[in-house]
Design a protein around this ligand. Structure first.
Ligand code: GLN
Length: 486
């Protein structure tokens, strides 16, 4: 049964319908694969009994020939997306014993389509980090090379798909947390347009930037999952009304020769010897540019004078929002409460001191500082203005270009422990992903095969707001050319 783990979702659905194997057989194979990867610490919670019970129920629906678009497909879920009656820890001690009383909209949608929810994946605490090393519980290893990090913060979700435990999973992306782990693990990962996927039931980190999105190994599978989870949701006040009308094609068509000639693509590829970039990334981009031009794509290098500020802008806005969002963990309402407190104030202080990890504390301190009276104008307000400029610049770019292509990360996956004591260098690894969130636009990581590297290299396809379908078509075109590791 092990070889069936290589199938795509579309193939599984066909096989399950034709009764080549049952959902229970398939899910059992997935659980065995999870067991083989036990030492990689991909899941925080994996309740095999419950998963098998759900698989049986799904088999019964197959018997009754009920037609659902994701019947029997296992989906691993990042541990910050609420699922009723499941632990939702956000990889934090402060929520270690928290069981969610309700489900996120995306979870409801997946279940309605017959998906089998498959465990809760490891992450950086409250999604703050780029390596999954900030988890309060464990360090996830990269299935491509266990000495290296899987990226973060959705490292567990990316690793589950890369290890072929599940064909797909959900993560969240505030500054790169879907695309960067997808790049490090050699798979697809989509950060959707802000407002296109409901955030209802996603534990908030920085609400104006957070989006939920899928991981998968083929573009058809990404498109299928996205078609299910996207859409307007009145329960999320930032859900965009436009999401009501838009449809997603779960089988995107590649662009033909004529269409390719008409497309205009802005490229932001590092130059020979550019500081901060690994040689592998630079050489792969060069080769990619050559291949694209040979196929008739029209490319133009683009420059932005603003992107270099994106890390600074992000660490003001994201921490400000986080300091406010995380104020609810006070040791009173839910979550961890210190046993040693002497009075009410002490309950707050000790519960938060003992419950939060160092990175989370660092962000709360920074966020509280930039919002404090006297500094608000200088930092927060100014960062808001700068963010608006980045958004406007993207709008300008997309008047001329259909797409922007750039690497997802400046380096290949780093070694476990390499950056833990150097937060600034860790923050810098997000230099290419953060401006996307500030602009609210969609961006997809694609795993490009590289002759310079044993593992695929992550490239981002960005496009204008709500243009996910167009992004999928370009990725499909690259897949058809045989450029993508699937
Ligand atoms: N790595 C970034 C951070 O640490 C982004 C995290 C995210 O997208 N959730 O904040």
């Amino acid at each position: 049964m092990e070889e069936i783990l290589n199938h795509t979702i579309h193939e599984h659905l066909k096989n399950l319908r034709e009764k080549k194997y049952s959902v229970k057989e398939y899910i059992t194979a997935c659980l065995q694969q999870a067991e083989r990867y036990k030492d990689y610490f991909i899941f925080i919670n994996l309740n095999a009994e419950k998963i098998l019970k759900n698989a049986e129920e799904s088999d019964q629906r197959y018997q009754k020939k009920e037609n659902r678009s994701l019947e029997g497909i296992p989906v691993a879920i990042k541990d910050n997306i609420c699922e009723e009656d499941e632990y939702v820890t956000c990889a934090s001690k402060i929520l270690q014993n928290f069981i969610s009383p309700y489900s996120a909209t995306v979870i409801k949608k997946l279940k309605e389509q017959g998906a089998v929810l498959f465990g809760r994946t490891n992450m950086d605490e409250f999604a703050m980090g780029s390596s999954t090393e900030n988890s309060a519980f464990q360090i996830t290893k990269n299935p491509l090379d266990p000495e290296r990090v899987p990226g973060g913060s959705s490292g567990g979700s990316a690793a589950a798909v890369a290890a072929k435990i599940t064909p797909t999973s959900l993560g969240s992306d505030t500054g790169g947390s879907i695309r960067q782990p997808a790049a490090f693990c050699g798979i697809y990962g989509l950060k959707p347009t802000y407002g296109r996927v409901s955030r209802y039931g996603l534990v908030a980190f920085a609400s104006s930037l957070d989006q939920i999105g899928p991981f998968a190994r083929t573009i058809d599978d990404i498109a299928l999952i996205f078609s299910i989870i996207q859409g307007y949701d009145p329960k999320d006040s930032t859900s965009h009304p436009k999401s009501k009308e838009l449809e997603v094609d779960p089988n995107p068509l590649p662009f033909n020769k004529n269409e390719i000639k008409k497309l205009k693509i802005g490229i932001y590829f590092p130059k020979e010897g550019e500081e901060g970039f690994d040689d592998i990334i630079i050489k792969t981009c060069n080769q990619f540019q050559y291949n694209l031009e040979k196929q008739g794509f029209r490319l133009e290098p683009i420059e932005s004078s603003l992107w270099k500020y994106s890390i600074a802008i992000y660490y003001i806005l994201a921490t400000a929002e986080a300091s406010s969002n995380l104020a609810r963990y006070d040791g009173i309402r839910y979550g961890y409460r210190s046993q040693n407190a002497k009075n009410l104030l002490d309950v707050y202080i000790r519960s938060r001191t003992e419950g939060f990890g160092n990175e989370v504390k660092r962000r709360i301190l920074l966020g509280t500082y930039v919002l404090s009276s006297g500094y608000y104008e200088a930092f927060y307000h100014k960062a808001q203005k700068a963010r608006k400029k980045i958004r406007e610049e993207y709008k300008e770019f997309f008047k001329t270009y259909d797409f922007i292509l750039m690497p997802t990360t400046p380096t290949i996956p780093f070694k476990i422990g390499e950056k833990v004591n150097d937060p600034i260098s860790m923050y810098k690894s997000d230099i290419l992903t953060i401006s996307t969130n500030l602009g609210g636009i969609p961006s997809l990581n694609i795993p490009l095969i590289s002759e310079y590297s044993q593992f695929p290299v992550g490239i981002q396809i960005k496009s204008n707001h709500f243009e996910e379908n167009k992004i999928f078509r370009l990725a499909k075109t690259f897949e058809t050319f045989g450029w993508i590791k699937t």
